[in-house]
Design a protein around this ligand. Sequence first.
Ligand SMILES: [Zn+2]
Length: 590
Amino acid sequence: MIKLTLSLQDAHAHLWHVRCEWTVLHDQEMQIIHLADWVPGSYMIRDFSRHIVSMQAAANNVAIDLLQLDKSRWQLAGHAGYYCVEYELYAFDLSVRASYLDGQYGFADGACWMPWLEHRQDEAYEVQVDLGIWGREQAWEIATTMRPVSENVFQAASYWEAIDHPITMGCLRTFDLNVLGLPHQVVISGASLAFDVDRLLADVEKICAAQIEMFGAAPFERYIFMLYVGDKVYGGLEHRSSTALMADRWCLPKLGAKERSDEYLQLLGLISHEYFHAWNVKAIKPAAFDPYELHHEQHTEQLWAFEGITSYYDDLILQRSGVMSTPQYLTQLAKTITRVEQGQGVLKQSLAQSSMDAWTKYYKQNENSANAITSYYQKGALAALVLDLYLRRETDGEFSLDDVMRALYRRYLQDGKGISEAQWRQLVCDVTGVNVQDLLHRIIDTTEVLPLAVLLNEFGLKLQRVAQPESQSAWVKALPAVAAQAATAFGAKYSMDATGMKITSVVSGGSAEQAGLAAGDVVIAMANLHIKQFDVIWSNLEVDDSIGVHYFRQGVLYQTQLHVQAALATTVLLHTEDEQLLSYWLPQWQ
Ligand SMILES: [Zn+2]
């Protein structure tokens, strides 16, 4: 048994005190203690050891040397006896994949602070949380899905299980709900305003029930949604029986509101997404993650299947459970297609490459990312849609992606092993009787345009691409007539401030790039007019006009001519042409 104690050493200094104790029964050459460098589910090396402020070791209560081997491994003597390693850990990363501590709130993702002993990752862990004066005087509480054995003491069967149960603490507001007989909790921390608790719980219950019913069973006995609400925060990280979520406090449903706001629906989408991961990535997982190797990147071409398919189902489950109307769902879908297609990166990087390069490209985006990469989340969701509609069409509705997900879960229940991409593709063929090898090769391994328009049309939807602002992408009751005048495109993203228009990124081959503008430039005038009138200036331009631009780069004033290009028709509109056909995919037309 490895015994860990996490103490709130000084919440105002954002310091945990970690104590790790264990016994060595027989003399050995040496022991090595490790701390993870990344957390499963978030594919970036984070070097958690950089938060260790001080560290010491003792054997049989006598201080001993601790030899640091590299950034996250330390060596100790190996003779038999009782050992203890202690460290002070700085915790001030307010995110779902790190640890944070202040006078109001504490959160500890296991991988960030729990050490492991070499060759002893499969040993049981006992984890005690000592809240100190915050527990005694501030009435702090703890929430985690780790198995409790006494007050604030928990056990896990292994290191892997222990790190998959994050711990949240503070003055928590805990709401219980029962989903098909399984206890669930929504635990809220952070300062929230009064909100419609009943609506939140009712919606969460519908979402959870729809997912459990889809898979036939849940891979957990209880589940906790740990939701921190703050100011301009957003994110989620999946775990086997809980999820850490962060959202803006305005996302919570307002009291008395008749409709669910877009912000609230986004929060429900996040809840749905992380819950779905309990099956897809926590139970069913890529072969490359079996087991995890937490010192190095683990590259895999399969993230599209685990993040993309999860992204496909997150909103679809909202529609199926009646939390989101079909027009609202189709508007979200139209926006996703628009976002994926408007970047040139979708023509440069396949989904397999996007997955493989997650560590260095998706997680390390720069001003050129839209021109160079595609998202395995968003394009992966569209690939899942293509596969789902293709299976439904080829089998006259007998099989769908739901059957594939159920079969993947059954396979996991049988052997618990990770699945390779080749096995995954073969399983789809075996379960449905449809040979999808060529389709999957084209949509996953190449940059071919996805056959979305054709497939959606077979399910009663017309997909039209128009040269309009991205914000207008939506499901529409009527498609617009073709515009008489071609729309124009500046070809850059920017923000306006007192100094002018700051270019944040330029579109490959677009008007701004051809004029020589680059990210970081500050445009101050166009046609000799102050740039604050940009909207007016631009609305008077036509395709093929030429206009003078003054801008600063590195503090030096430059002038250029910008040739106005036509906007590409990349904004997607969806329109229902045949409700009967649509009902074969989305049965609950509203
Ligand atoms: Zn995800």
